[in-house]
Design a protein around this ligand. Structure first.
Ligand code: CA
Length: 462
């Protein structure tokens, strides 16, 4: 039975951008254990979230639906656990199921985790040090560092599992989410020297829609003393201050990543020691990407590449060839159906993604998704990011900031081949008129396909 129904270890971190992972070519850190997953399986280079913000991405992963369907569109909604999720379906089919760590989809009644034989989750965002956790409804404080505790609790559950049945373990780390508090053992990592600067640290937001300059997520201006754990030195010029803040921010972020990497290593070691590696699907992903000083920013939300792209590493020696990279599109809305497929289960009609199994296996596919729909709903809240939706193809990205206040609606078009950093909006360039028309038609098609036509789509607007 174990051979036909694989075990699943699904590891999800929070705000971990692919460009801070060694096997994705990171220039700023090393992640030897995450790289083990890639070396033994496949690295997806175009895995995207459909709404780059924490709770909505989690709801999409669980339900296999877009935000407007699962109704977790912003950070203000809690998930209604009565809707179908892939853990519920695996549990019903005889899998033993557990989630440990970050939940962030509400608590109490219909908002508690459903479909899990065991759950032990952080309330809300949770704390880095001595976190409170809610174990099957009962609160308790766990002394220690949150990433280590989540790993310990995950391993404890694996130890006491029923060895006759396949399992699903969802190990959900809080790290490396703000406020980026490292474990004491990593306090001195990166202490010597500077972390390399991103190419777009000094972005001036010219040649973009007004939304970019309006966003309040600038490393030099919007990070506070709590984020960087020290007051900035007096008398710095703005570019000097930007560099100082960046170093403080990125070093703590990467220290938090280091603990996640170690935790992943402990899970992989356990699978090896138990002889489970061959028949266990191991996935590492994060709920979205993150700006690591790119465009002078921290945080996410935008449809821009750094926040859109999710890391996605998948290892399953029984079926997936080793050491491959894959550039076909994958979306967070596809994860549920992918895992149901591996378990031999049909996905409910309501799910809106597709199984990624063919591309994970490296199969040729005559037709595969070549465009994706994105929507960020949380207008001006928190970091003053304007709500927007859009479409990304292999070469282009069209974005529409659709609200009327505080700035009129506006379009952006990027040519990702000529301008991979997304610094030049070519929406008004006559050379791209044909591309604009094609992408607007594709956006209309996608909005209809996923059933998100709640706001008028003003094709004529310019
Ligand atoms: Ca997140």
């Amino acid at each position: 039975m174990a051979g036909t129904r694989p075990n699943i270890v699904f590891i999800l971190s929070d705000d971990h951008a692919a460009h801070a992972i060694g096997c994705y070519g990171s220039r700023i850190n090393r992640t030897p254990n995450l790289d083990r997953i890639a070396a033994g399986g496949v690295r997806l280079d175009n895995c995207f979230c459909t709404n780059s913000i924490c709770a909505p991405s989690r709801a999409t992963i669980l339900t296999g639906t877009y935000s407007h369907v699962n109704e977790v569109q912003t950070l203000n909604e809690r998930m209604d656990g009565r809707q179908p999720t892939f853990p519920q379906l695996l549990q019903r089919a005889g899998y033993q199921t557990a989630i440990v760590g970050k939940w962030h989809l509400g608590h109490g009644g219909i908002h508690d985790p459903t479909g899990f034989d065991y759950w032990n989750v952080l309330p809300g965002q949770g704390l880095y040090h001595d976190p409170k956790m809610i174990e099957m409804g009962t609160e308790r404080v766990y002394p220690g560092y949150v990433t280590d505790i989540i790993t310990d609790q995950s391993l404890d559950w694996l130890q006491r599992r029923d060895r006759e049945r396949p399992f699903l373990l969802m190990c959900h780390h809080k790290a490396p989410h703000r406020p980026w508090e490292p474990a004491p053992r990593h306090a001195e990592l990166f202490a010597d020297g500077d972390v390399p600067l991103p190419d777009t640290l000094d972005d001036d937001y010219s040649d973009r829609a007004a939304a970019a300059a309006a966003a309040r997520m600038r490393v030099d201006r919007d990070l506070g003393p709590k984020d960087v754990k020290a007051p900035a030195p007096e008398g710095l010029s703005l570019p000097e201050r930007r560099r100082w803040m960046y170093q403080r921010y990125i070093k703590d972020y990467l220290r938090c990543v280091a603990a996640v990497d170690e935790g992943v290593g402990r899970l992989l070691d356990y699978l090896d020691a138990e002889g489970l590696a061959e028949d266990t699907i191991v996935i590492y992903s994060s709920d979205q990407g993150f700006f690591l000083g790119d465009h002078g920013w921290y945080d996410k939300r935008f449809f821009y590449e750094e926040s859109l792209r999710m890391p996605m590493l998948v290892r399953y020696p029984r079926e997936i060839p080793q050491g491959r990279t894959e550039s076909r599109f994958a979306l967070n809305v596809d994860f549920a159906q992918t895992l149901l497929d591996y378990a031999g289960l049909d996905a409910p009609e309501r799910m809106q993604g597709q199984s990624l199994r063919p591309i994970l296996r490296g199969e040729a596919t005559a037709q595969w998704q070549r465009s994706m729909y994105y929507r960020y709903f949380m207008h001006v809240a928190h970091h003053n990011v304007y709500a927007h939706y859009g479409v990304r193809t292999e070469r282009h990205k069209l974005i529409y900031y659709y609200e009327k206040e505080p700035a009129p609606p506006e379009w952006e078009l990027f040519d990702l081949e000529r301008d991979p950093r997304e610094l030049h909006n070519v929406y008004h360039d006559p050379q791209y008129a044909g591309v604009v028309a094609e992408l607007k038609a594709e956006l209309t098609r996608l909005r209809r396909e996923v059933g998100d036509e709640t706001d008028p789509f003003p094709v004529a607007a310019d």
